[in-house]
Design a protein around this ligand. Sequence first.
Ligand code: ZN
Ligand code: ZN
Length: 210
Amino acid sequence: MPALRQLANVSSDYTARVRGESPPRPAARSSPRPPRPARVGRRVQPDAAGRDALGYSTILLTSMDNPTGWCEHCGGAFHYRLIHNGFGDSAYAYCDACAYTVLLDGWSEAAKRVHFRVQQRMTPDVERLLKLCPCGGAFRASADPKCPHCSRPLSAVVATSYIEKNAPGTAKGWRWDQSWAGVYSIAINEKIVKEWWDEEVVERLFPAER
Ligand SMILES: [Zn+2]
Ligand SMILES: [Zn+2]
């Protein structure tokens, strides 16, 4: 959990500074409190619910919005987040080589030109309009999410065991639909890119109206 470690480092640094381990201050200064070190200002400032501006929990990565799953091939664990593509009218796809997810907003500028189906996995006609994955692979309509350790495709059926165990809605009757092509997409270890359009190709095939 590098993010947590980072926060911990910043706060121990801060503690060290307020203990007086920072460079000595001129005695003449009368201010009773030293100014807050500048670095503290760059810390993530969560809201009352402990979420940052993107809505991610900054307190506990294993809380219900970032629970843990595991790979049935190598046993490796990962954090994941389920994204409901009906609330945001989005489409999604997975890389054919790694654990990345792409999310496409149905209300974006590109979506006004490229008409694509939302609330589901991306259709194959959209593939050529996207940039390559950061890993060099391609986002494919037929690709399933991958383990971040061994890159093998995860089973949507095996995933039932951790998804239903971790979802608060399960107690009220919610069930995972056991499909990587339904209204839910999954982001693994926050490996996710958004609005990943190849602007050159979009411009050529779907020129903006002038
Ligand atoms: Zn990739
Ligand atoms: Zn694996």
